[in-house]
Design a protein. Structure first.
Length: 632
């Protein structure tokens, strides 16, 4: 895994591009501590840089930027192409290779196929490739968005990087808040692609390519072939075979490495399945990593993780996180997150990544993805059960909707029912993907009148509508399936914007590469094409996946109650969060004029009085205040 940077300008305006790239590289050392390099064009208007975490071909032959001698093409690349050996055999058998790295495979495939080569790549990647003949810069990002890529056209040029913090090193990159994005962040606790929190800086869309020349961006399009696919099966057993075989293939591909591969093991269904399949594909040592929380049995799955480790003969490592560990780490998270994500459940990823690094592992497989793709959450079941009532409510007269909404807002103003009746009244969609942050009516109370005037007419529902249209495009004329709408939106919102972001940032903060077999793009297409009736069946969530895994996992792992990979932030950090907001909110608001202080203090008091439903709101404010303090 690596960090990549590039600057392509019309005129350098006195900026030494190579020195600028060296400075940017220094900000990405955590992504690639093993090596770094720079390359600049003889014309002085283009420079590329890379920091390297050596995974494939540990020799100097894998050094980047990598130059193809026959064409003069140059690449900086972050990620892994898991099927690169297959592609070498299929398309490049007559080629002479100077390395055995997947980086060289991309260069040779581009020479052979041009941009068409993107459709063959199975992996996680972001790269910038200089086409010397066309004098164009080609960029691309993998279909799920596993590897980050940011860009800006400030200063009459084009600049890209793996992380925002490297862009901020350039004197012409301005940090100006996009208020509409900030408003949506309070709803989703993430920043949705292609937005960033900063005006003029964008996130590269997953599954897209871009062509840039000396005049700027000339093409930006999708190579993502994710569409609903009619599956060929006649029995449930045949469907379980499809699922199992595709997952087995995905795990096998993601074990390709020139360094040992370990696994994050929570003891739940998904990570246990990955470890079981790893054992089926290797006789070598497998190191597995688990964390628990001191004195918090409701958050610990240590017993189940140890059971799986014993069953599949892994070398198992456990870290018990203490309240002090958590309190010491919380201030550091904004150093890692140059883009805000106020999801406290991400924090365990840092501790488990640190544990892997301490035990000499650079590459881990994880179980991210199937809860969204196969409908594994209990609240998905609740949404399915409630959906029919919501459709009935839509038919009610507007006057009745208004009366009910006002009554609920008086009786239970902060309840889910209030949000539901409000959405009914506004003819909005029943389900808002990933909206685990502040509800719309809560934001309206918490935000200052001045801020609301600045974003007048904007609603976070705009994002939901766009995502819903994307799902209809994915269906390509096939029948609408509400369960699969939950799954598709979970893939696009929770997985891409939340889970992959946190796995990358918190893993790379420890120089750890995380691979997600369930997010193989072929696995994603299979999962999203399985009818919803096979995902929630007989009151069992993830039904078809669990049936497929019965051949490798015991029932007490498959069918026990789901716990999730969370941490006890309410139990351990409520006082810290409360004190942090209470002491700084007045000064922060004086500088930003963002919040209605009366309502913030009201929610602080409710939290202090023991009303835990306000923990997330106060945590979001606490995180945002600290993020502002760090990056402004």
């Amino acid at each position: 895994m690596c960090g990549i940077n590039g600057v392509f300008v019309r005129k350098s305006d006195g900026l030494d591009l190579k020195s600028a790239i060296v400075t940017m590289n220094k900000k990405l050392v955590h992504r690639g501590p093993d090596d770094n390099g720079t390359w600049s064009h003889e014309n002085g208007n283009l420079a590329l840089g890379q920091t390297r975490l050596s995974i494939l071909d540990l020799s100097d032959a894998g050094h980047q930027p990598m130059i193809e001698k026959s064409t003069g093409n140059v690449i900086v690349y972050n990620g892994e192409i898991f099927n690169y050996k297959i592609l070498n055999d299929q398309f490049l058998r007559d080629e002479k290779f100077d390395s055995h790295s997947d980086t060289e495979t991309i260069l040779k495939l581009y020479r052979k196929f041009g941009l068409e080569m993107l459709k063959y790549l199975n992996g996680m990647f972001a790269f910038g490739l200089w086409d010397a003949k066309k004098e164009q810069l080609i960029l691309a990002r993998d279909r799920s968005g596993k590897k980050p890529l940011y860009y800006t056209e400030m200063n009459n040029g084009f600049t890209f990087s793996s992380e925002l913090k490297a862009l901020f090193e350039l004197p012409y990159v301005r940090k100006e808040i996009d208020n509409k994005v900030l408003y949506d962040f309070l709803t989703f606790n993430t920043v949705s692609t292609p937005n960033t929190m900063f005006q003029g800086i964008s996130k590269f869309k997953p599954g897209h390519y871009m062509v840039v020349d000396n005049n700027g961006i000339v093409d930006y399009g999708s190579f993502n072939d994710l569409k609903f696919k009619e599956l060929n099966f006649s029995t449930e057993n045949e469907l379980t075979d499809l699922v199992y075989n595709k997952l087995d293939e995905s795990v096998k591909l993601r074990m390709i490495s020139d360094v040992p591969v370990g696994a994050f093991l929570s003891g739940g269904v998904d990570s246990s399945a990955i470890v079981a399949l790893m054992r089926e594909n290797t006789k070598n040592e497998i190191k597995t990593f688990t964390i628990g929380f001191e004195g918090q049995p409701d958050y610990n799955e240590l017993h189940y993780a140890e059971q799986i480790a014993h069953r599949y003969h892994t070398n198992h490592f456990v870290k018990t996180v203490t309240p002090q560990d958590l309190l010491d780490f919380i201030p550091k998270i904004t150093d890692i997150y140059d883009e805000p994500q106020a999801d406290p459940t991400a924090i365990p990823i840092y501790f488990i990544s640190k544990l892997a690094k301490e035990n000499d592992i650079k590459v881990v497989l994880n179980g991210d993805g199937p809860d969204e793709l196969f409908s594994g959450y209990s609240n998905y079941q609740r949404y399915v059960n409630s959906y029919c009532y919501y459709r009935m409510g839509k038919k009610a007269p507007r006057v009745l909707k208004s009366v009910v909404n006002k009554a609920v807002e008086i009786i239970k103003p902060d309840s889910p029912w209030s949000e539901m009746t409000n959405r009914l009244l506004k003819h909005q969609d029943f389900y808002w993907p990933g909206a685990g942050g502040m509800k719309e009516h809560v934001k309206n109370k918490l935000l200052s009148d001045n801020f609301k005037q600045q974003i007048e007419g904007h609603s976070s529902y705009f994002y939901v509508k766009e995502l819903k249209q994307d799902y209809l495009n994915f269906l390509d004329g096939h029948p609408y399936d509400f369960v699969n709408w939950l799954c598709y939106s979970g893939y696009r919102q929770a997985i891409t914007e939340k889970f992959l972001f946190r796995a990358d940032r918190l893993g790379m903060a420890n120089s750890i590469e995380a691979r997600s077999p369930f997010l193989n793009h072929e696995m994603v297409q299979l999962a999203l094409s399985i009818p919803g009736a096979y995902k929630i069946k007989n009151r069992v969530n993830k039904y078809i996946l669990k049936k497929a895994l019965e051949r490798i996992l015991p029932d007490d792992i498959l069918y026990r109650k789901k716990m999730g990979f969370n941490l006890p932030i309410r139990e351990w950090a409520s006082e810290t969060i409360y004190n942090g907001v209470k002491s700084d909110i007045t000064l922060f608001n004086k500088e930003t004029n963002l919040f209605n202080l009366d309502e913030v203090n009201n929610q602080l008091q409710l939290l202090k009085d023991g009303n835990q439903q306000y923990t997330n709101n106060v945590w979001t404010i606490y995180f945002l205040m600290n993020w502002f303090k760090k990056w402004f």
